[in-house]
Design a protein around this ligand. Structure first.
Ligand code: PHE
Length: 529
């Protein structure tokens, strides 16, 4: 039997409806798949764009070798634009910073740490997780950056809400079993008693109760749909061989205790579009991304330790003044500029872009955030607590403890001992590194006990507000009109780019999407001549 493609699709459409038709077309490569449709389309500039129009690639100076600046140079470079990147730091990546043994961390107060981590141990001080839908995944593929799973949620990790009266941490799985169980019990009882009859048909009620009995692992109608705890909670003695069925973890707290603990308020984190598993990380450290970009751009095009001191828009181009690595003032002229620095740093840089631009650059509020990396001589979270990656959430000032998503089963490992922002972070930022370590360890001992102090080998901390030339973790806009819109357009020959000009602030994907937008704006402008 032979079928024409059209006849086949008509048959699928007739039997399965439009959804099946589209899915089938997708499978045949005839329609975009649902996933592909969610990303803003982007066509990189190409050399042929110029040969066809008779125009020429321009010279572009890019301020900042963070993810946005690097991606801008990378994409413009595909069409032969002559790009130069000025970077104030002595490394590329900006906030994408991976700290390894021997690395130096200098903060604005002049304090310096040298990280004493072992070989193979690293700490992603900035970005550390990628969602599958983010454009960052595409760049990793294109640049050959290998990825592995980053475990963002783990049933074995803990929740600890000390201020809610919890006296010991509880595993995520246990918290979920209790919350889901009691909610299922309540909702089944209410449904069965007719309390929801205005909302539910008899059949809805039956189906809802079927769902709840399964979801919450609750008892039968005869038992009053009682939640009494079950294997979803975990075991105090695991099931074993022979006569060992295991002992389910107990005692089960009361409904009232579960509600008082507030554990359920933690659950929605992992529903977030940007935080849902699976998530990913580059193998060996997040800085593989900027390093791969720098390699692709050409390192000779990136001038490190070059701090921008003045931006002047000219009638037919732009001039940027900077201090080079010898402390000498230099200028560079270009046709166009992409300012890919943080807005609050640009706001401190002299320019002639006008008061509206200055006001816009000064508008976003800067958030403080920071992390401490704690290297341990022994991976006690794996050997003693059976936690392989994931995050413990607390209401302590450390906020979270992250267990490493690499090096499972090896000897040493590095835990993120705090990743906090706002007031909690500010309180750590105000301390010297040894004091930060002491406080983080004291807090962490409330979850993990004395080994958290006794087996510590080395540590390093970064407070983003205190990082030279960066001075913040990310920003937020009071509104997306006004200044935000203004800076999403060029000011004379100066274009802007960065995560702060996207709806994905505090994500590399925001910086990458913004870079793509700016590249498209520039290319259109140049082609329009
Ligand atoms: N992207 C950062 C992170 O995942 C900061 C962030 C946190 C952004 C939560 C949005 C939501 O930690």
């Amino acid at each position: 039997m032979s079928y024409s493609r059209r006849g086949f699709l008509t048959a699928v459409g007739a039997t399965g409806g439009a959804g099946a038709l589209l899915a089938t077309m997708g499978a045949l490569g005839l329609a975009p798949t649902a996933e592909a449709a969610t990303r803003t389309p982007f066509v990189p500039p190409q050399p042929s764009d110029f040969s066809l129009t008779g125009r020429a690639a321009k010279k572009v100076v890019i301020l900042g070798a963070g993810v946005a600046g690097l991606a801008t140079a990378y994409e413009l470079g595909k069409a032969g634009y002559d790009c130069t990147i000025l970077e104030a730091l002595d490394r590329v990546g900006g906030r994408n910073w991976t700290i390894r043994g021997g690395d130096r961390i200098t903060e604005l107060d002049g304090s310096t740490q040298i990280a004493r981590f072992s070989d193979g141990i690293y700490m992603n001080a900035g970005p550390a997780r990628l969602a599958q839908w983010m454009v960052t995944m595409d760049y990793c593929r294109e640049l050959g950056v290998p990825l592995e799973v980053f475990t963002n949620s783990n049933a074995q990790a803990y929740i600890f809400n000390a201020s809610a009266g919890m006296t010991a941490p509880v595993r995520w799985r246990t918290a979920k079993a209790d919350v889901y169980g009691y909610i299922s019990e309540l909702l089944s009882t209410a449904t069965d008693s007719g309390a929801l009859d205005a909302k539910l048909t008899a059949q809805d009620k039956e189906r809802l109760i079927t769902f709840l009995r399964n979801f919450g692992s609750i008892g039968t109608k005869a038992s009053g749909y009682a939640y009494t705890g079950n294997e979803h909670r975990g075991y105090s003695v695991d099931p074993g061989a022979g006569e060992q069925p295991g002992t389910i973890l107990g005692p089960v707290p009361s409904l009232s205790e579960v509600l008082a603990s507030g554990v359920g308020q933690r659950f929605s984190f992992e529903f977030g579009y940007d935080q849902a598993m699976l998530m990913f990380q580059p193998v060996g450290g997040m800085d593989s991304i900027p390093k791969a970009f720098a390699e692709a751009v050409g390192k000779h095009k990136i001038q490190l330790r070059s701090k921008v001191t003045k931006i002047t828009d000219l009638a037919n181009g732009v001039e940027v003044e900077y201090l080079d690595k010898h402390g000498k003032t230099r200028t560079i002229k270009a046709d166009l500029c992409v300012a890919a620095m943080p807005p609050h740093i640009l706001a401190k840089t002299p320019h002639n872009l006008g008061p509206d631009v200055q006001a816009a650059l000064s508008t976003p509020t800067v958030t403080s955030s920071g992390k401490i990396g704690l290297e341990y001589r022994r991976r006690w979270w794996e050997t003693d607590e059976n936690i392989y990656g994931g995050i413990t959430n607390t209401d302590l000032d450390l906020s979270v403890v992250w267990y490493p998503s690499y090096g499972y089963g090896t000897r040493r490992g590095l835990v993120i001992g705090y990743y906090n922002n706002g007031a909690s972070q500010d309180s750590y930022a105000a301390l010297s590194h040894p004091e930060r370590e002491k406080r983080a360890v004291e807090q962490g001992m409330k979850i993990h006990g004395a080994k958290y102090r006794d087996e510590l080998a080395a540590s390093a901390s970064v407070s983003w507000k205190l990082q030279p030339h960066i001075e913040g973790a990310w920003v937020s806009w009071p509104s997306r009109t006004g200044g935000y819109q203004l800076l999403n357009k060029p000011a004379g020959h100066v274009h802007f780019a960065g995560d702060w000009l996207s709806y994905m602030i505090a994500w590399q994907a925001g910086a990458l999407e913004s870079a793509r937008k700016t590249v498209s704006d520039i290319h259109q402008r140049v082609l329009a001549g």
